[in-house]
Design a protein around this ligand. Structure first.
Ligand SMILES: [Zn+2]
Ligand SMILES: [Zn+2]
Length: 242
């Protein structure tokens, strides 16, 4: 299959309604998220499309533990032996394979419809073991460096990842980019979700990828600032709290 580069070194892997991302580094391939169940062949096809082989996936970093982000993880790890990473608060969901913490639909009719359609807390998946818990504020020494930013609200153990070499933010489900920047289907805690949206708007980056919707290839932090930005003093406070 042909894979689409978002920016140099980053490829989007469509996993149904959800996205995964493949990053080419000097230390092998890194996969961010693992889509819905049964999508491992899409990932392996994407890797072969790059002229590489699945066993070159060395790292599998999860933005959070929802079924649409960990669904094919067990199958991918079995085939590749990739090392797995996740925030400690979500590890129990991944390692049990469900049930999942409930969410409240995002404000508005669309949120209610999509949340019921796409999120089933009682779903059961094949469990996946997590090798390394992520620490908020750390920079993972993978593919040139990923800053780990804790962005709770949609999901307590959610992280966004800022890839340093080409300043691309992986925003997870803090927001979607389906018809412009917008809310995820639901929140465990709406207030915290709003704080996380502002927190990302206070960072500087060029490109952005989302769990759901189209990536942005340039000036992405301007789009975030226009949608979620706050006064400079407040931005400063959010930065200090990061
Ligand atoms: Zn999610
Ligand atoms: Zn999602």
């Amino acid at each position: 299959m042909t894979v689409k580069p978002v920016i140099k070194g980053v490829h989007i892997v469509p996993m149904g309604f959800a996205n995964a991302f493949l990053i080419e580094g000097d230390d092998g391939l890194t996969l961010i998220d693992a889509g819905y169940p049964g999508k491992e062949a899409v990932v392996f096809g994407a890797i072969r499309g790059l002229g590489r082989s699945p066993d070159q996936i060395k790292h599998l970093i999860f933005t959070h533990g929802h079924p649409d982000h960990i669904g094919s993880a067990a199958a991918i790890v079995r085939e590749t032996g990739a090392r797995t990473y996740m925030h400690p608060l979500d590890i129990p969901m991944a390692e049990s394979g469900g049930p999942f913490r409930p969410m409240t639909p995002a404000p508005g009719l669309l949120g209610r419809v999509l949340c019921n359609l796409f999120f089933h807390p009682d779903e059961r998946l094949e469990p996946v073991a997590i090798d390394q818990p992520l620490t908020p504020g750390e920079t993972l020494p993978i593919a040139g460096g990923f800053d780990v930013i804790h962005v709770r609200g949609h999901c307590a153990g959610q992280v966004a990842l800022l890839w340093r070499p080409r300043r691309m933010l992986f925003a997870a489900d803090v927001c979607t980019n389906i018809m412009g920047l917008g809310d995820p289907v639901g929140f465990e805690n709406l207030e915290e979700g709003r704080v996380s949206q502002r927190k990302l708007a206070s960072r500087s980056f060029d490109a952005a990828g989302f769990g759901h919707g189209k990536p942005i290839t340039r000036d992405a932090s301007t789009r975030f600032r226009n949608k979620y930005g706050k006064h400079p003093e407040e931005v400063h406070q959010l930065r200090s709290a990061a």
